[in-house]
Design a protein around this ligand. Structure first.
Ligand SMILES: NC(=O)c1ccc[n+]([C@@H]2O[C@H](COP(=O)([O-])OP(=O)(O)OC[C@H]3O[C@@H](n4cnc5c(N)ncnc54)[C@H](OP(=O)(O)O)[C@@H]3O)[C@@H](O)[C@H]2O)c1
Length: 290
């Protein structure tokens, strides 16, 4: 069992940040929640502070903090300067936290983190990972997180009532997911064992993108038929939409991400952390109805 301390979470109003805040609060930790907008209904035991990635963090917020989880990020589809903003914010957060002698910093990264990633998202994750690792800190590369919120839930809602299921780029791309509960176990293990380095946290055996989408459609009650769509068709559609100001359900960076999907080796990380990650089907079942 983890000895309680004080945990500061950036992006504490988001899907993963909020789940972590709930978890540590339930385990008697003091939670410092950094949020863009302080909620009206505050949770007892949580101290909320307004936080903006484009502004330097106030160092006093980090005083007495044992663990920092950095989960906030600006999406590239919302900001053309997302790379600069996200890397800059991580740099100032690290400097301030190390200055205040925070024991453990954990960056929430992704399986797509690579220096040569096609996406801004993957390249920025890699750049921030390097900062955390150079400082002797910890990176958790999460698979696609399944829980009440996040991308999988958004897709499940989107698919509800649809008759056609666009499967982009052939559908054989590998998808590795992790339930929010298993992901939280990896944070517990990093904190309890006080370990640095990169940990890849996802199911060992991927499902194909086609299987993934069909299962999500099925779980949302949709009787959607898969329709193969080549990348170039969607890419042209996304470009046209951006020129005409139309909203489309997929951003250009996410589309590029679908081309970049590769299977990640997870076993060494899970063994080192001493945790298991359930397969996608079990994560989806645990989710219940949308
Ligand atoms: N979900 C996944 O499947 C998955 C997989 C791998 C890695 N990750 C990583 O996990 C982290 C959290 O993801 P998530 O799924 O929880 O996403 P999310 O729900 O969109 O949370 C992102 C958080 O960032 C905050 N944020 C956005 N712009 C900000 C700004 N300018 N200043 C301060 N805060 C800002 C958001 O604040 P508001 O609440 O005000 O919007 C939100 O709380 C991200 O780094 C993501 O890359 C997620």
């Amino acid at each position: 069992m983890l000895k309680p301390g004080t945990i500061l979470i950036t992006g504490a109003g988001g899907f993963i940040g909020a789940a972590l805040a709930e978890h540590y609060l339930a385990h008697d930790w003091k939670v410092v929640a950094l949020v863009r907008k302080v909620p009206d209904g505050k949770r007892v035991g949580v101290s909320y502070h307004q936080f903006e990635l484009r502004k330097p963090i106030e160092a006093t917020l980090l005083r007495g903090v044992d663990v920092v989880v950095h989960a906030a990020y600006v999406r590239s589809e919302q900001a053309p300067d997302a790379f600069r903003v996200n890397v800059g914010a991580a740099t100032t957060l690290l400097d301030a936290a190390l200055g205040e002698r925070v024991r453990r910093l954990i960056f929430v990264s992704s399986l797509s983190a690579r220096p040569d990633a096609r996406t801004v998202y993957g390249r920025q994750k890699h750049a921030i990972e390097q900062l955390f690792l150079a400082a002797g800190q910890t990176v958790i590369r999460a698979g696609l997180v399944i829980g009440k919120g996040g991308v999988a839930e958004e897709m499940r809602r989107y698919l509800r009532g649809r008759r056609w299921l666009p499967v982009v780029g052939g559908g054989d791309q590998p998808v590795q997911s992790v339930s929010i509960e298993d992901l939280i176990k990896s944070f517990d293990a990093v904190i309890a064992k006080d370990v640095a380095g990169v940990f890849t946290v996802a199911e060992a055996q991927p499902v194909t993108l086609r299987e993934f989408l069909l299962a999500l459609a099925d779980a949302s009650g949709a009787r959607a038929r898969p329709v193969p769509v080549p990348y170039w068709v969607v890419e042209a559609g996304v470009r046209l939409a951006s020129l005409t100001g139309l909203r489309v359900p997929i951003a250009r960076d996410s589309l590029l991400g679908l081309r970049d999907l590769r299977m990640a080796e997870v076993r060494p990380s899970l063994e080192r952390l001493g945790i298991d990650v359930r397969p996608f089907w079990a994560s989806l079942r645990a989710l219940g109805d949308p």
